[in-house]
Design a protein around this ligand. Structure first.
Ligand code: FMN
Length: 328
């Protein structure tokens, strides 16, 4: 079974998971052969994530990264979801059940944990590699999660409209703006929150706009007024996919997170990157509209832009492991 140093290494990798507003809403308890993953409600985001769904999903990614880290270290695992019904913040327990030589793919996917970053810059204008979407669908299916590429023109238009409607309504909410400001950081070394350095410098022409972290105005969101003879901006056309689940309970949210974690490692390993577009999923009304407009069977959990990075990526900081891991 893993010793204290190994559990520390596993959690160092788990905390590289993406999380909404980089809140890192998790704590870990390692004891013997098991690692408990809990949501830390003191880091909640009541305006953007009123039900806690996106934070539970973020913790699900951390669970997946822990599993991948253990596998690459030669351990086999089993996962218990929501093992204590009376304690809903205890989201999962990863149990080490044996040892096995890691496969080449286990090693590559675990290596991708540290090279994965949310990339909000325009992606290169090229389609996804042939067969990738089928592969991602099959992998997500193993966690009971479906993946729908948004490819039809009517679907792209509906998504663009709903992203805009969702975000415009949020930008009119003072509580949303205050929360956004509280979690945006000027300093790249700040241990949590979204650093300005990781945000796009200027607006761009796209059907998949990333979240406006400047709250409707600010230095990283205000392109200079173009002159009459400036060329039009290049149009970005990234691939967009939606992940969803049949149920919409906490178990489904954790599973959406484990599937997302797996997907992010697969695409990173393939030299690609992603950025979430959750403005159309934050609030119930817009999420319901998305479900109806796209005729979804089940519940959308995560929308992502995918593509090949066009530049260098920014590494966001994490809180020290000692702050989030308790070894019993
Ligand atoms: C559930 C969830 C929702 C997110 N929503 C957005 C979003 O709407 N817009 C965005 O630009 N980034 C979004 N992110 C990305 C986080 O801001 C990012 O993971 C965090 O800042 C840490 O950076 P990193 O992913 O590069 O490590 C989301 C991440 C998660 C897990």
């Amino acid at each position: 079974m893993p010793d204290q140093a190994q559990w520390t290494q596993v959690v160092e990798q788990a905390v590289r998971a993406p999380s909404i507003h980089n809140t890192q809403p998790w704590t870990f308890i390692a004891s013997g052969d098991r690692l408990e993953v809990r949501r830390d409600t003191s880091r909640a985001l009541p305006a953007v994530d009123p039900t806690g769904r996106q934070q539970v999903l973020s913790c699900g990614v951390a669970v997946q990264f822990a599993v991948m880290a253990l596998r690459a270290s030669g351990f086999t695992t089993e996962l218990d979801l929501l093992p204590e019904p009376a304690d809903p913040e205890h989201l999962a327990t990863v149990r080490v059940v044996g040892q096995a030589e890691p496969s080449a793919s286990d090693v590559r996917l675990a290596a991708a944990i540290h090279s994965r970053h949310t990339d909000r810059a325009p992606f290169l204008a090229e389609p996804l590699p042939a067969g990738l979407v089928d592969q991602l669908q099959a992998e997500a299916g193993q966690d009971g999660v479906w993946l729908k590429p948004i490819t039809r023109v009517e679907e792209e238009a509906a998504v663009a409209v709903l992203l805009d409607q969702g975000e415009q309504q949020e930008l009119r909410d003072p509580a949303y703006l205050a929360e956004l400001q509280a979690w945006t950081r000027a300093d790249l070394d700040a241990p949590d929150g979204v650093p300005v350095a990781a945000l796009p410098r200027e607006g761009r022409a796209t059907n998949a706009p990333v979240r406006d972290f400047a709250g409707g105005g600010g230095p990283h969101d205000a392109p200079a007024t173009p002159a009459d003879d400036d060329p039009p901006p290049p149009v970005e056309h990234p691939s967009v996919v939606l992940l969803g689940t049949a149920a919409d309970d906490r178990a489904a949210w954790v599973r959406a997170g484990t599937a997302l974690g797996r997907l992010l490692l697969s695409i990173t390993d393939a030299g690609l990157a992603a950025s979430p577009l959750t403005q159309a999923l934050d609030q119930g009304w817009v999420r319901n509209r998305l479900t109806a407009r796209l005729d979804l069977v089940g519940h959308p959990q995560m929308m992502l832009r995918l593509g090949r990075p066009s530049g260098t990526q920014v590494t966001t900081a994490r809180r020290p492991v000692a702050e989030v891991l308790h070894v019993a």
